[in-house]
Design a protein around this ligand. Sequence first.
Ligand SMILES: Cc1cc2nc3c(=O)[nH]c(=O)nc-3n(C[C@H](O)[C@H](O)[C@H](O)COP(=O)(O)O)c2cc1C
Length: 178
Amino acid sequence: MRILNLYHSQTGNTHKIALRIAETARSLGHSVDTLQAAKELEADVLAYDFFFVGSGVYQWLPGKPMLDFLRATRQRYSQEGHIRPCSPRLPGKHAVIYCTYGGVHTGINEAVPAVKFCGQLFDHLGITVLDEWYFIGDFKSDEFKSHNTGGRFGDIHGRPDERDLKDVAERVQAILTV
Ligand SMILES: Cc1cc2nc3c(=O)[nH]c(=O)nc-3n(C[C@H](O)[C@H](O)[C@H](O)COP(=O)(O)O)c2cc1C
């Protein structure tokens, strides 16, 4: 399959996940394009069969470059007539949407809007969202370091760690094998 591995990562956490996704999907023989989301990025989305789309969560939503990419791409495909009422399915096209998040205040609930938001461009195009994945990601800047303990998930220093990345590889392997 041709896979688009699209992500935004401000502090490196989602980047780690995206790299493990690419590595695993390639090891299974798929062709993978790894792209960083940006307003100016004009990815030929409909040329791909499978999508991994991920971002860090910022104030409950994906980071701005991902938001900008999704909005600009929606507009472009809408103008080209690819976004139609009832969003008819495009056979054989599937996506996994994921995020990394701290969940300090309300746990997974503060990450759900980001993942749902990211999924809608693909769902609108007729690409079926197969799964949504949530990975814990710690805070890197001194300003927020105190959030790495004492939130809903306790001590999240160093996440995503090697165990999380092993989980990523296993999930990718499973979803690309069904
Ligand atoms: C300014 C700022 C806002 C954040 N907002 C949220 C949030 O609303 N919900 C959440 O669960 N995590 C939040 N986080 C934590 C990040 O989502 C988490 O560290 C993520 O792994 C960052 O991913 P990245 O390094 O790929 O950008 C925030 C972090 C920062 C620095």
